[in-house]
Write a protein that binds this ligand. Structure first.
Ligand SMILES: *[C@@H]1O[C@H](CO)[C@@H](O)[C@H](O)[C@H]1NC(C)=O
Ligand SMILES: *[C@@H]1O[C@H](CO)[C@@H](O)[C@H](O)[C@H]1NC(C)=O
Ligand SMILES: *[C@@H]1O[C@H](CO)[C@@H](O)[C@H](O)[C@H]1NC(C)=O
Ligand SMILES: *[C@@H]1O[C@H](CO)[C@@H](O)[C@H](O)[C@H]1NC(C)=O
Ligand SMILES: *[C@@H]1O[C@H](CO)[C@@H](O)[C@H](O)[C@H]1NC(C)=O
Ligand SMILES: *[C@@H]1O[C@H](CO)[C@@H](O)[C@H](O)[C@H]1NC(C)=O
Ligand SMILES: *[C@@H]1O[C@H](CO)[C@@H](O)[C@H](O)[C@H]1NC(C)=O
Length: 499
Protein backbone atom coordinates (compact mmCIF):
# COMPACT_ATOMS: atom_id res chain seq x y z
CA UNK A 1 0.00 0.00 0.00
CA UNK A 2 3.05 2.26 -0.13
CA UNK A 3 2.96 5.41 -2.18
CA UNK A 4 5.05 4.78 -5.27
CA UNK A 5 7.72 7.37 -6.00
CA UNK A 6 6.25 9.68 -8.56
CA UNK A 7 8.93 11.45 -10.56
CA UNK A 8 7.82 14.83 -11.68
CA UNK A 9 5.23 14.98 -8.96
CA UNK A 10 5.46 15.57 -5.28
CA UNK A 11 6.44 12.77 -3.02
CA UNK A 12 6.13 12.74 0.72
CA UNK A 13 6.39 9.13 1.38
CA UNK A 14 8.08 7.56 4.34
CA UNK A 15 6.15 4.46 3.36
CA UNK A 16 8.19 4.20 0.18
CA UNK A 17 11.11 3.44 2.43
CA UNK A 18 9.43 0.27 3.54
CA UNK A 19 10.05 -1.08 0.08
CA UNK A 20 13.77 -1.10 0.75
CA UNK A 21 14.86 -3.35 3.54
CA UNK A 22 18.19 -1.59 3.93
CA UNK A 23 16.46 1.68 4.55
CA UNK A 24 13.94 0.05 6.82
CA UNK A 25 16.72 -0.38 9.35
CA UNK A 26 16.87 3.28 10.05
CA UNK A 27 13.20 4.12 9.84
CA UNK A 28 12.31 5.63 13.21
CA UNK A 29 9.91 3.39 15.02
CA UNK A 30 9.42 5.72 17.95
CA UNK A 31 6.02 6.74 19.14
CA UNK A 32 5.18 10.17 17.81
CA UNK A 33 2.54 12.34 19.26
CA UNK A 34 -0.32 13.67 17.23
CA UNK A 35 1.06 17.12 17.96
CA UNK A 36 4.37 16.40 16.20
CA UNK A 37 2.57 15.15 13.14
CA UNK A 38 0.38 18.24 13.07
CA UNK A 39 3.51 20.34 13.38
CA UNK A 40 5.12 18.60 10.41
CA UNK A 41 1.97 18.98 8.43
CA UNK A 42 2.29 22.71 8.96
CA UNK A 43 5.93 22.60 7.95
CA UNK A 44 5.03 20.93 4.70
CA UNK A 45 2.29 23.43 4.19
CA UNK A 46 4.88 26.18 4.65
CA UNK A 47 7.21 24.52 2.21
CA UNK A 48 4.49 24.41 -0.37
CA UNK A 49 3.81 28.08 0.19
CA UNK A 50 7.52 28.81 0.03
CA UNK A 51 7.45 27.48 -3.52
CA UNK A 52 4.41 29.61 -4.25
CA UNK A 53 2.22 26.55 -4.59
CA UNK A 54 4.23 25.44 -7.61
CA UNK A 55 2.19 23.19 -9.90
CA UNK A 56 4.58 20.33 -9.16
CA UNK A 57 3.33 20.31 -5.59
CA UNK A 58 -0.35 20.65 -6.26
CA UNK A 59 -0.99 16.93 -6.12
CA UNK A 60 0.06 16.95 -2.51
CA UNK A 61 -2.98 17.33 -0.31
CA UNK A 62 -1.90 18.97 2.94
CA UNK A 63 -5.07 18.15 4.77
CA UNK A 64 -4.70 14.40 4.34
CA UNK A 65 -1.06 13.40 4.44
CA UNK A 66 -0.11 9.87 3.44
CA UNK A 67 -0.96 7.24 5.99
CA UNK A 68 2.65 6.67 7.04
CA UNK A 69 3.11 10.34 7.76
CA UNK A 70 0.24 10.10 10.21
CA UNK A 71 2.25 7.65 12.28
CA UNK A 72 5.85 8.68 11.67
CA UNK A 73 7.35 12.07 11.28
CA UNK A 74 8.72 12.93 7.86
CA UNK A 75 11.87 10.94 7.18
CA UNK A 76 12.03 10.86 3.39
CA UNK A 77 11.47 13.76 1.03
CA UNK A 78 12.10 13.39 -2.67
CA UNK A 79 11.34 16.42 -4.82
CA UNK A 80 13.82 15.59 -7.58
CA UNK A 81 12.95 16.58 -11.15
CA UNK A 82 10.31 19.00 -9.91
CA UNK A 83 9.91 22.45 -11.30
CA UNK A 84 10.02 24.41 -8.05
CA UNK A 85 12.38 27.35 -8.50
CA UNK A 86 13.50 29.48 -5.60
CA UNK A 87 16.09 29.47 -2.84
CA UNK A 88 16.99 26.68 -0.47
CA UNK A 89 13.86 25.79 1.55
CA UNK A 90 14.98 26.54 5.10
CA UNK A 91 11.52 25.53 6.28
CA UNK A 92 12.86 21.99 6.17
CA UNK A 93 14.89 22.77 9.30
CA UNK A 94 11.75 21.92 11.29
CA UNK A 95 11.64 18.36 9.98
CA UNK A 96 13.70 16.98 12.81
CA UNK A 97 13.48 13.38 11.64
CA UNK A 98 14.46 13.95 8.04
CA UNK A 99 16.92 11.33 6.92
CA UNK A 100 16.68 11.48 3.16
CA UNK A 101 16.39 14.74 1.22
CA UNK A 102 16.56 14.78 -2.55
CA UNK A 103 16.27 18.24 -4.12
CA UNK A 104 18.19 17.42 -7.29
CA UNK A 105 17.04 19.00 -10.57
CA UNK A 106 14.56 21.34 -8.98
CA UNK A 107 15.77 24.66 -10.46
CA UNK A 108 16.93 25.98 -7.07
CA UNK A 109 19.05 29.14 -7.17
CA UNK A 110 21.06 31.40 -4.85
CA UNK A 111 23.50 30.53 -2.08
CA UNK A 112 23.15 27.76 0.42
CA UNK A 113 22.25 29.19 3.85
CA UNK A 114 25.18 29.45 6.24
CA UNK A 115 23.13 27.67 8.90
CA UNK A 116 22.44 24.62 6.72
CA UNK A 117 23.52 22.46 9.67
CA UNK A 118 20.07 23.15 11.12
CA UNK A 119 18.73 20.45 8.86
CA UNK A 120 17.93 17.32 10.81
CA UNK A 121 20.96 15.94 12.63
CA UNK A 122 19.73 12.54 11.46
CA UNK A 123 20.17 13.43 7.80
CA UNK A 124 21.90 10.58 5.98
CA UNK A 125 21.34 11.58 2.38
CA UNK A 126 21.44 15.07 0.89
CA UNK A 127 21.24 15.56 -2.87
CA UNK A 128 21.38 19.13 -4.21
CA UNK A 129 22.84 18.24 -7.60
CA UNK A 130 21.74 19.76 -10.93
CA UNK A 131 20.56 23.07 -9.58
CA UNK A 132 21.75 26.64 -10.03
CA UNK A 133 23.26 27.15 -6.59
CA UNK A 134 26.08 29.70 -6.49
CA UNK A 135 28.60 31.03 -3.95
CA UNK A 136 30.33 28.98 -1.26
CA UNK A 137 29.46 25.68 0.24
CA UNK A 138 29.01 26.76 3.86
CA UNK A 139 31.39 25.33 6.47
CA UNK A 140 28.48 24.38 8.71
CA UNK A 141 27.63 21.59 6.27
CA UNK A 142 30.43 19.74 8.08
CA UNK A 143 28.17 19.57 11.12
CA UNK A 144 25.68 17.26 9.43
CA UNK A 145 27.71 14.43 10.87
CA UNK A 146 25.28 11.62 10.05
CA UNK A 147 25.56 12.13 6.30
CA UNK A 148 26.63 9.18 4.22
CA UNK A 149 25.83 10.77 0.85
CA UNK A 150 26.37 14.39 -0.16
CA UNK A 151 25.73 15.28 -3.80
CA UNK A 152 26.60 18.82 -4.83
CA UNK A 153 27.68 18.24 -8.44
CA UNK A 154 26.49 20.19 -11.46
CA UNK A 155 25.72 23.53 -9.88
CA UNK A 156 27.27 26.98 -10.24
CA UNK A 157 29.12 27.10 -6.91
CA UNK A 158 31.79 29.68 -7.66
CA UNK A 159 33.26 30.16 -4.20
CA UNK A 160 34.97 27.60 -2.03
CA UNK A 161 34.17 24.32 -0.39
CA UNK A 162 35.17 23.96 3.23
CA UNK A 163 37.79 21.83 4.94
CA UNK A 164 34.99 21.09 7.41
CA UNK A 165 33.68 18.52 4.93
CA UNK A 166 36.49 16.43 6.37
CA UNK A 167 34.50 16.25 9.62
CA UNK A 168 31.90 14.08 7.88
CA UNK A 169 33.55 10.95 9.13
CA UNK A 170 30.72 8.64 8.04
CA UNK A 171 30.43 10.03 4.51
CA UNK A 172 30.59 7.34 1.84
CA UNK A 173 29.91 9.42 -1.25
CA UNK A 174 30.90 13.02 -1.98
CA UNK A 175 30.34 14.71 -5.34
CA UNK A 176 31.57 18.22 -6.10
CA UNK A 177 32.08 17.74 -9.84
CA UNK A 178 31.18 20.30 -12.50
CA UNK A 179 31.18 23.45 -10.42
CA UNK A 180 33.16 26.62 -11.23
CA UNK A 181 34.80 26.87 -7.81
CA UNK A 182 37.33 29.68 -7.28
CA UNK A 183 40.51 27.61 -7.64
CA UNK A 184 40.31 25.58 -4.44
CA UNK A 185 42.89 23.11 -3.20
CA UNK A 186 41.83 19.71 -2.00
CA UNK A 187 41.93 20.08 1.81
CA UNK A 188 44.13 17.59 3.65
CA UNK A 189 41.16 17.16 5.98
CA UNK A 190 39.50 15.13 3.21
CA UNK A 191 41.82 12.37 4.38
CA UNK A 192 39.63 12.15 7.49
CA UNK A 193 36.58 10.88 5.60
CA UNK A 194 37.77 7.36 6.11
CA UNK A 195 34.50 5.71 5.08
CA UNK A 196 34.52 7.42 1.69
CA UNK A 197 33.96 5.05 -1.21
CA UNK A 198 33.13 7.53 -3.96
CA UNK A 199 34.83 10.88 -4.55
CA UNK A 200 33.85 12.74 -7.71
CA UNK A 201 35.49 16.14 -8.30
CA UNK A 202 35.77 16.35 -12.09
CA UNK A 203 36.06 19.86 -13.53
CA UNK A 204 35.90 21.75 -10.25
CA UNK A 205 38.80 24.16 -10.96
CA UNK A 206 41.00 22.31 -8.48
CA UNK A 207 44.61 23.53 -8.20
CA UNK A 208 47.62 22.54 -6.11
CA UNK A 209 48.69 19.02 -5.36
CA UNK A 210 46.69 15.91 -4.66
CA UNK A 211 47.12 15.57 -0.88
CA UNK A 212 49.00 12.50 0.26
CA UNK A 213 46.24 12.26 2.90
CA UNK A 214 43.81 10.88 0.30
CA UNK A 215 45.89 7.74 0.64
CA UNK A 216 44.22 7.25 4.03
CA UNK A 217 40.83 6.70 2.40
CA UNK A 218 41.10 2.95 2.64
CA UNK A 219 37.52 2.34 1.50
CA UNK A 220 37.83 4.44 -1.64
CA UNK A 221 36.63 2.68 -4.79
CA UNK A 222 36.14 5.56 -7.19
CA UNK A 223 38.45 8.57 -7.36
CA UNK A 224 37.76 11.05 -10.13
CA UNK A 225 39.76 14.29 -10.15
CA UNK A 226 39.83 14.68 -13.93
CA UNK A 227 39.71 17.96 -15.86
CA UNK A 228 41.28 20.19 -13.23
CA UNK A 229 44.54 22.11 -12.81
CA UNK A 230 46.16 19.74 -10.34
CA UNK A 231 49.97 19.72 -10.32
CA UNK A 232 52.74 17.82 -8.60
CA UNK A 233 53.02 14.08 -8.71
CA UNK A 234 50.44 11.40 -8.02
CA UNK A 235 50.95 10.47 -4.36
CA UNK A 236 52.33 6.96 -4.06
CA UNK A 237 49.67 6.23 -1.43
CA UNK A 238 46.94 6.50 -4.09
CA UNK A 239 48.43 3.46 -5.80
CA UNK A 240 48.06 1.53 -2.53
CA UNK A 241 44.31 2.00 -2.04
CA UNK A 242 43.35 -1.63 -2.03
CA UNK A 243 39.67 -1.13 -2.85
CA UNK A 244 40.19 1.38 -5.64
CA UNK A 245 38.63 0.26 -8.91
CA UNK A 246 38.49 3.53 -10.85
CA UNK A 247 41.18 6.19 -11.01
CA UNK A 248 40.52 9.15 -13.29
CA UNK A 249 43.17 11.86 -13.16
CA UNK A 250 43.15 12.85 -16.83
CA UNK A 251 43.61 16.38 -18.07
CA UNK A 252 45.54 17.95 -15.21
CA UNK A 253 49.13 19.17 -14.96
CA UNK A 254 50.49 16.22 -13.06
CA UNK A 255 54.22 15.58 -13.31
CA UNK A 256 56.72 13.10 -11.97
CA UNK A 257 56.88 9.36 -12.16
CA UNK A 258 54.25 6.82 -11.27
CA UNK A 259 55.02 4.84 -8.14
CA UNK A 260 56.54 1.46 -8.89
CA UNK A 261 54.78 -0.06 -5.87
CA UNK A 262 51.24 -0.86 -6.89
CA UNK A 263 49.03 -2.31 -4.14
CA UNK A 264 45.72 -1.05 -5.58
CA UNK A 265 45.17 -4.47 -7.08
CA UNK A 266 41.47 -4.01 -7.74
CA UNK A 267 41.96 -1.27 -10.30
CA UNK A 268 39.75 -1.78 -13.33
CA UNK A 269 40.08 1.59 -15.00
CA UNK A 270 43.13 3.83 -15.02
CA UNK A 271 43.00 7.11 -16.91
CA UNK A 272 45.95 9.43 -16.27
CA UNK A 273 46.02 10.81 -19.81
CA UNK A 274 46.76 14.42 -20.74
CA UNK A 275 49.28 15.21 -18.02
CA UNK A 276 53.06 15.62 -17.97
CA UNK A 277 53.94 12.31 -16.41
CA UNK A 278 57.44 10.98 -16.99
CA UNK A 279 59.26 7.75 -16.29
CA UNK A 280 58.07 4.25 -16.97
CA UNK A 281 54.76 2.47 -17.12
CA UNK A 282 55.13 0.53 -13.87
CA UNK A 283 56.05 -3.10 -14.33
CA UNK A 284 53.67 -3.82 -11.44
CA UNK A 285 50.65 -2.96 -13.60
CA UNK A 286 50.88 -6.57 -14.74
CA UNK A 287 49.48 -7.53 -11.33
CA UNK A 288 46.22 -5.66 -12.00
CA UNK A 289 44.25 -8.71 -12.95
CA UNK A 290 40.94 -6.81 -13.24
CA UNK A 291 42.31 -4.04 -15.44
CA UNK A 292 39.95 -3.22 -18.30
CA UNK A 293 41.00 0.27 -19.33
CA UNK A 294 44.51 1.66 -19.46
CA UNK A 295 44.65 5.23 -20.74
CA UNK A 296 47.96 7.05 -20.40
CA UNK A 297 48.05 9.05 -23.64
CA UNK A 298 49.53 12.55 -24.02
CA UNK A 299 52.24 12.24 -21.40
CA UNK A 300 56.02 11.96 -21.50
CA UNK A 301 56.30 8.33 -20.55
CA UNK A 302 59.34 6.44 -21.76
CA UNK A 303 60.68 2.92 -21.73
CA UNK A 304 58.84 -0.17 -22.83
CA UNK A 305 55.28 -1.34 -22.33
CA UNK A 306 55.51 -4.09 -19.68
CA UNK A 307 55.19 -7.40 -21.45
CA UNK A 308 52.85 -8.89 -18.82
CA UNK A 309 50.13 -6.38 -19.77
CA UNK A 310 49.41 -8.77 -22.61
CA UNK A 311 48.41 -11.47 -20.14
CA UNK A 312 45.65 -9.48 -18.42
CA UNK A 313 42.34 -11.23 -19.06
CA UNK A 314 39.99 -8.28 -18.75
CA UNK A 315 41.96 -5.78 -20.79
CA UNK A 316 39.68 -4.09 -23.32
CA UNK A 317 41.10 -0.73 -24.23
CA UNK A 318 44.73 0.44 -24.27
CA UNK A 319 45.55 4.04 -25.23
CA UNK A 320 49.18 5.02 -24.85
CA UNK A 321 49.59 7.34 -27.82
CA UNK A 322 51.77 10.46 -27.80
CA UNK A 323 54.47 9.38 -25.39
CA UNK A 324 58.14 8.42 -25.82
CA UNK A 325 57.65 4.68 -25.62
CA UNK A 326 60.16 2.33 -27.22
CA UNK A 327 60.57 -1.41 -27.47
CA UNK A 328 57.97 -3.82 -28.78
CA UNK A 329 54.27 -4.27 -28.11
CA UNK A 330 53.53 -7.04 -25.60
CA UNK A 331 53.59 -10.14 -27.84
CA UNK A 332 50.58 -11.72 -26.09
CA UNK A 333 48.38 -8.62 -26.39
CA UNK A 334 44.88 -9.58 -27.52
CA UNK A 335 45.39 -13.26 -26.99
CA UNK A 336 43.95 -13.49 -23.50
CA UNK A 337 41.30 -10.78 -23.45
CA UNK A 338 38.55 -9.28 -25.59
CA UNK A 339 40.70 -6.38 -26.69
CA UNK A 340 38.57 -3.83 -28.55
CA UNK A 341 40.94 -0.94 -28.97
CA UNK A 342 44.69 -0.40 -29.13
CA UNK A 343 46.13 3.05 -29.71
CA UNK A 344 49.88 3.58 -29.43
CA UNK A 345 50.52 6.08 -32.22
CA UNK A 346 53.27 8.71 -32.01
CA UNK A 347 55.81 6.71 -30.07
CA UNK A 348 58.97 4.95 -31.14
CA UNK A 349 57.71 1.41 -30.90
CA UNK A 350 59.37 -1.22 -33.06
CA UNK A 351 58.82 -4.90 -33.78
CA UNK A 352 55.62 -6.27 -35.25
CA UNK A 353 51.96 -6.18 -34.30
CA UNK A 354 51.19 -9.00 -31.85
CA UNK A 355 49.98 -12.13 -33.64
CA UNK A 356 46.91 -12.58 -31.45
CA UNK A 357 45.78 -8.96 -31.51
CA UNK A 358 42.35 -10.02 -32.74
CA UNK A 359 42.43 -13.58 -31.46
CA UNK A 360 39.11 -13.07 -29.68
CA UNK A 361 37.57 -11.18 -32.58
CA UNK A 362 36.71 -8.18 -30.46
CA UNK A 363 39.07 -5.64 -32.00
CA UNK A 364 37.38 -2.54 -33.40
CA UNK A 365 40.29 -0.24 -33.85
CA UNK A 366 44.05 -0.46 -34.20
CA UNK A 367 45.78 2.92 -34.26
CA UNK A 368 49.57 2.65 -34.31
CA UNK A 369 50.70 5.30 -36.82
CA UNK A 370 54.07 7.09 -36.55
CA UNK A 371 56.10 4.33 -35.00
CA UNK A 372 58.76 2.03 -36.33
CA UNK A 373 56.70 -1.13 -36.60
CA UNK A 374 57.82 -3.78 -39.05
CA UNK A 375 56.88 -7.17 -40.38
CA UNK A 376 53.60 -8.52 -41.71
CA UNK A 377 50.19 -7.89 -40.26
CA UNK A 378 49.01 -10.66 -37.94
CA UNK A 379 46.86 -13.30 -39.57
CA UNK A 380 44.22 -12.75 -36.89
CA UNK A 381 43.33 -9.41 -38.47
CA UNK A 382 41.92 -11.08 -41.54
CA UNK A 383 38.81 -12.38 -39.77
CA UNK A 384 38.47 -9.47 -37.42
CA UNK A 385 34.88 -8.75 -38.32
CA UNK A 386 34.31 -5.89 -35.85
CA UNK A 387 37.24 -3.92 -37.15
CA UNK A 388 36.32 -0.39 -38.25
CA UNK A 389 39.40 1.68 -37.94
CA UNK A 390 42.91 0.73 -39.12
CA UNK A 391 45.58 3.42 -38.85
CA UNK A 392 49.04 2.08 -39.53
CA UNK A 393 50.66 4.89 -41.54
CA UNK A 394 54.31 5.85 -41.26
CA UNK A 395 55.70 2.56 -40.14
CA UNK A 396 57.79 -0.08 -41.82
CA UNK A 397 55.16 -2.79 -42.29
CA UNK A 398 55.65 -5.16 -45.19
CA UNK A 399 54.10 -8.23 -46.73
CA UNK A 400 50.61 -8.69 -48.06
CA UNK A 401 47.77 -6.64 -46.70
CA UNK A 402 45.30 -9.44 -45.84
CA UNK A 403 42.82 -9.76 -48.69
CA UNK A 404 40.02 -10.90 -46.41
CA UNK A 405 39.99 -7.57 -44.56
CA UNK A 406 38.19 -6.22 -47.62
CA UNK A 407 35.37 -8.71 -47.36
CA UNK A 408 31.85 -7.42 -46.83
CA UNK A 409 31.67 -8.97 -43.38
CA UNK A 410 34.32 -6.60 -42.05
CA UNK A 411 32.62 -3.25 -41.51
CA UNK A 412 35.57 -0.92 -42.15
CA UNK A 413 35.14 2.84 -42.07
CA UNK A 414 38.73 4.13 -42.04
CA UNK A 415 41.90 2.60 -43.46
CA UNK A 416 45.04 4.73 -43.24
CA UNK A 417 48.05 2.62 -44.16
CA UNK A 418 50.21 4.95 -46.26
CA UNK A 419 54.01 4.97 -46.17
CA UNK A 420 54.65 1.31 -45.49
CA UNK A 421 55.75 -1.51 -47.78
CA UNK A 422 52.47 -3.39 -48.14
CA UNK A 423 51.70 -5.46 -51.20
CA UNK A 424 48.29 -6.71 -52.21
CA UNK A 425 45.31 -5.97 -54.41
CA UNK A 426 41.96 -4.34 -53.81
CA UNK A 427 38.58 -5.88 -54.67
CA UNK A 428 36.37 -4.18 -57.25
CA UNK A 429 33.84 -3.27 -54.57
CA UNK A 430 34.91 -1.77 -51.25
CA UNK A 431 32.92 -1.94 -48.05
CA UNK A 432 29.68 -0.06 -47.79
CA UNK A 433 30.80 2.19 -44.93
CA UNK A 434 34.41 2.83 -45.93
CA UNK A 435 34.88 6.60 -46.10
CA UNK A 436 38.66 7.11 -46.01
CA UNK A 437 41.20 4.93 -47.75
CA UNK A 438 44.72 6.34 -47.65
CA UNK A 439 47.32 3.91 -48.93
CA UNK A 440 49.87 5.95 -50.91
CA UNK A 441 53.53 4.95 -50.90
CA UNK A 442 53.13 1.20 -50.75
CA UNK A 443 53.43 -1.57 -53.31
CA UNK A 444 49.76 -2.30 -53.98
CA UNK A 445 48.97 -3.56 -57.48
CA UNK A 446 46.04 -4.61 -59.62
CA UNK A 447 43.10 -2.46 -60.62
CA UNK A 448 41.54 0.25 -58.56
CA UNK A 449 38.04 -0.42 -57.21
CA UNK A 450 35.08 0.98 -59.10
CA UNK A 451 32.45 0.70 -56.41
CA UNK A 452 32.64 2.26 -52.93
CA UNK A 453 29.38 3.97 -52.03
CA UNK A 454 30.59 6.11 -49.12
CA UNK A 455 34.22 6.62 -50.05
CA UNK A 456 35.12 10.31 -49.73
CA UNK A 457 38.92 10.16 -49.73
CA UNK A 458 41.01 7.75 -51.77
CA UNK A 459 44.74 8.41 -51.85
CA UNK A 460 46.64 5.72 -53.65
CA UNK A 461 49.62 7.55 -55.15
CA UNK A 462 52.98 5.84 -55.58
CA UNK A 463 51.86 2.24 -55.77
CA UNK A 464 51.79 -0.16 -58.71
CA UNK A 465 48.11 0.06 -59.58
CA UNK A 466 47.32 -0.60 -63.21
CA UNK A 467 44.30 -0.58 -65.48
CA UNK A 468 42.09 2.39 -66.11
CA UNK A 469 40.12 4.87 -64.14
CA UNK A 470 36.55 4.66 -65.40
CA UNK A 471 35.42 7.89 -67.09
CA UNK A 472 32.36 8.01 -64.87
CA UNK A 473 33.03 7.21 -61.25
CA UNK A 474 29.37 6.50 -60.63
CA UNK A 475 30.22 3.73 -58.18
CA UNK A 476 31.98 6.29 -55.99
CA UNK A 477 29.52 9.12 -55.94
CA UNK A 478 30.72 10.57 -52.63
CA UNK A 479 34.34 10.91 -53.70
CA UNK A 480 35.94 14.26 -52.88
CA UNK A 481 39.64 13.43 -53.01
CA UNK A 482 41.22 11.02 -55.47
CA UNK A 483 44.99 10.86 -55.86
CA UNK A 484 46.51 8.13 -57.99
CA UNK A 485 49.67 9.65 -59.44
CA UNK A 486 52.81 7.53 -59.50
CA UNK A 487 51.03 4.36 -60.62
CA UNK A 488 50.82 2.45 -63.90
CA UNK A 489 47.33 3.46 -64.72
CA UNK A 490 46.83 3.64 -68.46
CA UNK A 491 44.31 5.42 -70.64
CA UNK A 492 44.00 7.89 -67.88
CA UNK A 493 41.69 10.30 -69.64
CA UNK A 494 41.11 12.28 -66.49
CA UNK A 495 43.96 13.26 -64.23
CA UNK A 496 43.94 12.49 -60.59
CA UNK A 497 41.97 15.15 -58.84
CA UNK A 498 41.74 16.61 -55.45
CA UNK A 499 38.98 18.86 -54.28
C1 LIG B 1 19.93 27.84 -14.45
O1 LIG B 1 21.07 28.02 -15.26
C2 LIG B 1 20.85 27.72 -16.61
C3 LIG B 1 22.18 27.77 -17.33
O2 LIG B 1 22.85 28.97 -17.10
C4 LIG B 1 19.84 28.71 -17.17
O3 LIG B 1 19.60 28.41 -18.52
C5 LIG B 1 18.56 28.60 -16.37
O4 LIG B 1 17.65 29.59 -16.81
C6 LIG B 1 18.82 28.78 -14.91
N1 LIG B 1 17.60 28.50 -14.18
C7 LIG B 1 17.19 29.24 -13.16
C8 LIG B 1 15.93 28.83 -12.51
O5 LIG B 1 17.85 30.19 -12.75
C1 LIG C 1 35.59 20.58 11.78
O1 LIG C 1 36.69 20.89 10.97
C2 LIG C 1 37.35 22.08 11.27
C3 LIG C 1 38.43 22.35 10.24
O2 LIG C 1 38.68 21.26 9.42
C4 LIG C 1 37.87 22.03 12.68
O3 LIG C 1 38.55 23.21 13.00
C5 LIG C 1 36.73 21.79 13.65
O4 LIG C 1 37.20 21.61 14.93
C6 LIG C 1 35.90 20.59 13.24
N1 LIG C 1 34.70 20.56 14.01
C7 LIG C 1 34.26 19.48 14.63
C8 LIG C 1 32.98 19.61 15.39
O5 LIG C 1 34.85 18.44 14.57
C1 LIG D 1 41.51 15.72 10.42
O1 LIG D 1 42.57 16.08 9.59
C2 LIG D 1 43.49 16.99 10.15
C3 LIG D 1 44.52 17.31 9.10
O2 LIG D 1 44.84 16.20 8.30
C4 LIG D 1 44.07 16.42 11.42
O3 LIG D 1 44.95 17.34 12.00
C5 LIG D 1 42.96 16.08 12.37
O4 LIG D 1 43.47 15.46 13.50
C6 LIG D 1 41.94 15.20 11.74
N1 LIG D 1 40.80 15.02 12.60
C7 LIG D 1 40.27 13.84 12.88
C8 LIG D 1 39.08 13.85 13.75
O5 LIG D 1 40.72 12.81 12.44
C1 LIG E 1 62.20 1.86 -41.78
O1 LIG E 1 63.37 1.07 -41.76
C2 LIG E 1 64.46 1.66 -42.36
C3 LIG E 1 65.58 0.67 -42.46
O2 LIG E 1 65.42 -0.39 -41.55
C4 LIG E 1 64.85 2.88 -41.56
O3 LIG E 1 65.92 3.51 -42.14
C5 LIG E 1 63.67 3.83 -41.49
O4 LIG E 1 63.95 4.91 -40.64
C6 LIG E 1 62.43 3.12 -40.99
N1 LIG E 1 61.28 3.99 -41.11
C7 LIG E 1 60.63 4.44 -40.07
C8 LIG E 1 59.40 5.30 -40.34
O5 LIG E 1 60.93 4.20 -38.92
C1 LIG F 1 63.50 1.56 -37.09
O1 LIG F 1 63.96 0.24 -36.90
C2 LIG F 1 65.07 -0.11 -37.70
C3 LIG F 1 65.40 -1.56 -37.51
O2 LIG F 1 64.49 -2.22 -36.72
C4 LIG F 1 66.22 0.78 -37.32
O3 LIG F 1 67.32 0.50 -38.13
C5 LIG F 1 65.82 2.24 -37.47
O4 LIG F 1 66.84 3.07 -37.00
C6 LIG F 1 64.56 2.54 -36.71
N1 LIG F 1 64.11 3.88 -37.01
C7 LIG F 1 63.71 4.74 -36.09
C8 LIG F 1 63.24 6.08 -36.58
O5 LIG F 1 63.69 4.47 -34.91
C1 LIG G 1 29.13 -0.53 -39.17
O1 LIG G 1 29.81 0.67 -38.79
C2 LIG G 1 28.95 1.75 -38.57
C3 LIG G 1 29.76 2.99 -38.36
O2 LIG G 1 30.70 2.84 -37.34
C4 LIG G 1 28.07 1.40 -37.39
O3 LIG G 1 27.18 2.46 -37.12
C5 LIG G 1 27.28 0.14 -37.70
O4 LIG G 1 26.50 -0.24 -36.60
C6 LIG G 1 28.20 -1.00 -38.09
N1 LIG G 1 27.44 -2.13 -38.54
C7 LIG G 1 27.69 -3.36 -38.11
C8 LIG G 1 26.86 -4.42 -38.73
O5 LIG G 1 28.55 -3.59 -37.28
C1 LIG H 1 26.99 1.01 -42.26
O1 LIG H 1 26.72 1.91 -41.21
C2 LIG H 1 25.36 2.05 -40.89
C3 LIG H 1 25.21 3.13 -39.85
O2 LIG H 1 26.11 4.17 -40.07
C4 LIG H 1 24.83 0.72 -40.42
O3 LIG H 1 23.46 0.82 -40.11
C5 LIG H 1 25.05 -0.34 -41.46
O4 LIG H 1 24.71 -1.60 -40.95
C6 LIG H 1 26.50 -0.37 -41.95
N1 LIG H 1 26.59 -1.20 -43.10
C7 LIG H 1 27.26 -2.34 -43.12
C8 LIG H 1 27.23 -3.09 -44.39
O5 LIG H 1 27.87 -2.73 -42.15
Amino acid sequence: MGTEPNKGGFLVSPSALLLHSSILLWLPLVFVSEATVDQERLVLFDIRNHWSNAPALSSWDVSSPPLQLARNPLAHLDLSYSDIPGGFPTGLYSCSNLQYLDLSQTLLVGELPSDIHKLSSQLLYLDLSYNNFTGDIPPSIGRLVSLHTLNLHCNFFDGSFPAELGNLSTLESLTLAYNPFASPRIPVEFGNMTRLRYLWMTQANLVGEIPEALGRLAELEHLDLALNGLSGSIPAAIWSLEKLTTLYLYDNKLTGEISDKIAALNLEEIDVSMNRLTGLIPEEFVKLSNLRILFMYYNRLSGEIPRGIGLLRDLRDVRLFDNHLVGVLPPELGQHSHLTNIEVSNNRISGSLPQGLCANRALMSVVVFNNNLTGELPASLADCYKLKDIQLYNNNFSGEFPQRIWSASVNLTTVLIDRNHFTGVLPDKLQWNLTRLVMNNNWFSGRIPTRAPKLAVFRGSNNMFSGEIPAELTGMSRLQVLLLDGNRISGQNRPAFAI
